[in-house]
Design a protein around this ligand. Structure first.
Ligand code: APR
Length: 249
């Protein structure tokens, strides 16, 4: 693909890069996005399921079994998914700390809960919306890792007998405090902000690009279709894996 020289120069000359990813970055791994875009053939999750029922604390308290069944289905869907070129290119960029002539700091913030950035080699991933491969107790907040053999087991908290839930952030819930602080700090301190594979519709994550822009960073958006984000300086009409693979030096 042809990359605008200004875009490439911004990426190669940046000193502090912050990347925010959304469901689109996992699309090339065969993972369904939440909201479809015009050319997408695959059904999006929220066109098939009611987010208030499946992804809200009220929905969970009203019908925990239904929500558990949904997360067990999502975990079964995700357990065989592999990181794609986008995940791997971002991980390589983080590890090499350079995509050009300069030493760069590369901070990765994700809205995704699928763990594919870590599977692709990324280490310090700021998980704004939690991680589907963890559960925690509603009462005592004890945390439990879920591996692929444990998908079907839904037990009460072994520590206190309380109700266990998936450790993902649901609509109307606060983001993990430390994750949000780290994401804000990375957005305030970067000179380049890349928004990759997100519809930029869900706040506060969608406001990070504005934070970055407000302190002088340039904002590049990578997406097969434009989003409602109003702070983008350069829009790259591309799938994430295609573009990120292309710029890998
Ligand atoms: N490469 C890059 N972007 C892509 C690709 C791809 N291959 N395929 C689709 N996209 C884009 C779509 O155009 C869309 O803009 O990815 C975006 C996915 O948007 P959403 O499905 O809304 O996902 P996201 O932005 O991550 O949603 C944010 O909403 O429901 C909540 O908690 C959930 O974290 C999620 C949050």
């Amino acid at each position: 693909m042809d990359i605008e020289p200004e875009v490439l120069a911004l990426i190669q000359n940046a000193k502090r890069v912050t990347i925010l990813t959304g469901a689109g970055v996992s699309a090339e791994s065969g993972v369904a996005t939440f909201r479809a875009y015009k050319d997408e053939t695959r059904e999006s999750l929220w066109s098939q399921y009611d987010p208030q029922k499946m992804a809200s604390i009220d929905g969970f308290l009203e019908n925990p079994n239904l929500v558990w069944q949904w997360y067990q289905w999502r975990r079964r869907e995700l357990k065989n998914k592999k990181p794609n070129d986008a995940h791997k290119a971002i991980a390589k960029w983080q590890q090499s700390k350079s995509l050009g002539l300069k030493q760069q700091t590369v901070t990765l913030i994700t809205q995704n809960v699928d763990g594919l950035h870590q599977a692709g080699g990324s280490r310090d991933v700021i998980e704004l919306h939690g991680n589907i491969w963890r559960n925690h107790c509603l009462q005592c907040r004890a945390e439990y890792k879920v591996d692929v053999t444990g998908i079907e087991s839904v037990t009460n908290c072994p520590e206190c007998g309380g109700q266990v839930r998936p450790s993902v952030v649901w609509f109307g819930e606060a983001l993990p405090e430390q994750a949000w602080r780290d994401a804000e700090s990375a957005s305030y301190s970067c000179d380049l902000f890349l928004s990759v594979g997100t519809s930029s519709q869900v706040y506060p994550a969608a406001g990070l690009a504005t934070l970055a822009k407000s302190q002088g960073a340039k904002v590049i958006e990578i997406n097969p279709e434009p989003t409602e984000s109003s702070v983008v300086d350069y829009f790259v009409l591309s799938k994430a894996g295609v573009f990120l693979n292309e710029i890998e030096l």
